[in-house]
Design a protein around this ligand. Structure first.
Ligand code: KG4
Ligand code: ZN
Length: 477
């Protein structure tokens, strides 16, 4: 994680002074903060401990690097380049013109890194360091390098690769879906899913690069969904990502699948913060608060079934093919809410519960069947969907109000649901809330969303090495 510290981050300051005694032996960071309004410390933390930093001055239209250090043990691990990249991004974001620095002419490693990021020598300061010259380098910010992230998604039954530029521009995406294979079993069969991923994955990557007309050399970093999901399926994507990262020597970025779903919205419109995201998919139903990019705070979630899972199980009882969600959505459109169903977990929390609703629908259908009564599928779909919409909108709108947040995004496969979208759209317009929904094609699983999230994870300094594993249940943080 990379952060810009303030004089209130006392523990980090202490750690920074202790880790780099050569720099801070006679230098007090707190004192620097008090006396120099332009001073900034961009710090790279691993497990809350400092491993590197850039101290710079941020003076009106330009940035001046004062000190740049990475602990020896952590060198050659992309940490220095991540810090530098972040500084360039920040400088660009603040509309500043250039970055300057001074480097010893015998510090070849540092000079190489600066050149790689577009710094050019502008003058030599003869014998600046006793008898070693100092080189003054400068980077003009007009030529910031584009960042191309290759995203990989294989957490359930879609094998997908995508290339996204700078987190927002989709270059190419290929999704190979296994729905037709799993349809005959009424749901995803994990063992079959992982075998199908293995069969498809090399074709999918080749096609993705071909469509983009790019080679792996042009890719900046590789982002992979490493959880949560089906362990066997995830493993195929993670192993592919590690192999590519190793062969082409690219940074590897682990991305939480739900972070991906959230960033599917970033491909529609750049996210605005703070925001609340309602995540509704086959495996998740959660309310997430985001203060800024790649920062997630869970407000609540389902205590049992996920909403998509509930849709699919209801689909099964009314005898529609897998996945039932989109079909129920269509049926509901032509139906009326004639069946009475309970509103689940109708309380003040931000949690959800869908197993009671699912059981109520199953009982209702079985009851009718036993009595020889026909079920009206359209009306049942409409009654069920209305209860879902009621629960989701009530808790989400309450969260927006209580957290005083003006931006809402929907995320996950169920965010493709027309009924849910329409109701949220209406409520947000009434309450003056900005809303974004993912495009229908990227509401369900895809790698474009992983590549977009991967860009912000990359800027946040998140990296994995070749020991990266996939995890079926993984916390979003
Ligand atoms: O996000 P996703 O592709 O996979 C997970 O991460 O779980 O979501 C798949 C889920 C399935 O349960 C599917 O039935 C549901 O999204 N879904 C829908 C609709 N389209 C997909 N549910 C309701 N209405 C839809 N239009
Ligand atoms: Zn998903």
């Amino acid at each position: 994680m990379i952060i810009n510290i303030t004089n209130k981050d006392l523990e980090i300051i202490k750690d920074l002074e202790e880790k780099f005694p050569d720099v801070f032996l006679k230098f007090d960071i707190t004192h620097d903060f008090q006396n120099n309004p332009y001073t900034r410390y961009l710090v790279y933390l691993i497990d809350s401990k400092v491993v590197g930093f850039i101290n710079y001055n941020d003076i009106y239209d330009r940035v001046e690097i004062i000190n740049f250090n990475v602990l020896e043990f952590f060198q050659n691990k992309h940490i220095g380049s991540s810090l530098l990249q972040r500084l360039i991004e920040l400088t660009k974001k603040n509309n500043m013109k250039n970055i300057t620095l001074e480097v010893r002419s015998d510090n070849e490693k540092a000079i190489y890194l600066y050149k790689k990021y577009g710094f050019k020598s502008v003058s030599i300061r003869k014998n600046y360091y006793n008898d070693i010259d100092g080189i003054l380098m400068e980077k003009e910010l007009m030529d910031v390098k584009d960042i191309y992230i290759l995203g990989i998604e294989s957490s359930c039954d879609e094998t997908s690769f995508s290339i996204v530029k700078n987190g927002v521009v989709e270059i190419s995406t290929v999704i190979s879906s296994q729905i037709d294979i799993h349809k005959q079993y009424g749901g995803v069969v994990p063992e079959i899913a992982s075998r199908a991923h293995i069969k498809n994955i090399t074709f999918v990557i080749e096609e993705c690069l071909e469509k983009a007309n790019m080679t792996m050399d042009e890719i900046t970093a590789i982002a992979v969904a490493n959880g949560p999901g089906l362990i066997g399926s995830l493993l195929v994507g993670v192993e592919a990502a590690k192999t590519l990262a190793f062969i082409y020597n690219k940074p590897l970025i682990p991305v939480h699948h739900i972070a991906g779903h959230i960033y599917a919205n970033n491909l529609v419109k750049r996210l605005e913060f703070p925001l609340i995201s309602l995540v509704i998919s086959g495996g998740h139903t959660e309310l997430i608060y985001m203060e800024k990019d790649y920062s997630f705070e869970k407000l609540g979630g389902t205590l049992d079934d996920a909403v998509g899972e509930c849709y699919d199980k209801v689909g099964r009882v009314i005898d529609v093919p897998y996945p039932g969600g989109p079909i129920i959505d269509r049926l509901a459109y032509d139906g009326k809410p004639t069946y009475e169903l309970p509103i689940p977990l109708n309380d003040n929390s931000y949690n959800f519960s869908f197993s009671g609703l699912k059981s109520a629908v199953i009982n209702l259908v079985h009851n009718k069947e036993q009595r020889g009564n026909e079920i009206n599928k359209e009306n049942l779909a409409c009654s069920f969907q209305n209860v879902v919409i009621e629960t989701l909108t009530k808790k989400t709108m309450k969260a927006l109000k209580e957290y005083n947040v003006k931006n809402l995004i929907l995320a996950g496969g169920v965010a493709a649901n027309k009924g849910i979208r329409n109701r949220f759209q209406k409520l947000c317009e009434e309450e003056n809330i900005n809303y974004t929904f993912p495009s229908i094609k990227y509401a369900t699983d895809n790698a474009a969303m992983i590549a977009s999230a991967g860009y912000y994870a990359y800027l946040d300094g998140r990296r994995a090495d070749l020991s990266l594993n996939s995890t079926s249940s993984l916390e979003l943080k």
